[in-house]
Design a protein around this ligand. Structure first.
Ligand code: GRF
Length: 239
């Protein structure tokens, strides 16, 4: 077995992927300890799952932060090391032509939330950050402060489609509505784009003509629970 790595996790909801990772760590199927679970959403079931497993939890309430930013962002609200032009140049989330004020608001409001996340994460000795159903896009402000060694990715995500097909928030829905006969999920590293980072692993499943969207989601999630621990182990093996 490889050396144990310390894994931080971020979630937004039910946390079934988190549970699969907790179970894999508990039964030593992966050489990893989960050191925290953070959520952008208070009161979600995933936080309970973490607490039941005696994992530290915290919440950074993104909705509240964004609401307050809508009332106006002052210079003093921004992190001291925030550099709008650097982040704007690096990000690949928005296409050219997107109104500049909208991009600016997005990058500033997210950096305020991301600084709050970083303040929590800094308390832990963490080798890998695993996004387990974390439904917020991370900007270069956050990514650069986690990926501190050049060329080394440290943030993993699971996406509910076979990337590069169907990026975005509704991978299974998009797969189903397109009429695909094969669906799947992808674990990849996070980079400056949306669902564009290097692929670590994928699992596919067949979609029958009689399958509903719920069937597709169920089949997909079952694959996710198997895939995520394998990809974390792959990272641990190369650590
Ligand atoms: C999963 O389908 C994952 O691919 C997507 O969000 C869902 C999270 O489910 N990013 P859960 O919270 O792990 O149950």
């Amino acid at each position: 077995m490889a050396k144990k790595i310390n894994v931080g996790t971020l979630i937004s909801g039910g946390g079934t992927n988190l549970q699969a990772i907790i179970d894999a760590a508990k039964s030593s199927r992966i050489s990893a300890d989960i050191v925290f679970t953070g959520s952008d959403n208070p009161g979600v079931r995933g936080l309970e799952r973490a607490q039941n497993a005696k994992i530290d939890t915290f919440v950074v309430d993104y909705s509240k932060i964004i609401q307050s930013c809508k009332k106006g962002i002052k210079g003093a609200d921004l992190p001291k090391d925030f550099d709008l032009e650097d982040i704007r140049a690096k990000q690949r989330l928005f296409k050219a032509g997107m109104p500049s004020e909208q991009v600016e608001f997005f990058l500033k409001s997210r950096a305020i939330a991301e600084k709050a996340l970083l303040d929590q994460i800094r308390e832990y000795d963490m080798d890998l950050l695993v996004l387990a159903g974390f439904m917020r896009v991370l900007t270069p402000y956050f990514i650069d402060r986690i990926n501190t060694v050049s060329g080394k990715h440290r943030i993993m995500n699971i996406h509910p489609a076979l990337l590069p097909s169907f990026p975005g928030t509704d991978g299974y829905g998009d797969t189903f509505r397109y009429g695909c006969k094969i669906g799947g999920c992808t674990v990849h590293f996070i980079d400056y784009g949306e669902d564009t980072g290097p692929i670590i692993g994928q699992k596919a499943f067949e979609i029958e003509d009689t399958d509903t969207l719920d069937d597709v989601k169920r089949k997909g999630l079952e694959k996710e629970w198997g895939l995520y621990p394998l990809c974390i182990q792959k990272f641990a093996d190369s650590f």
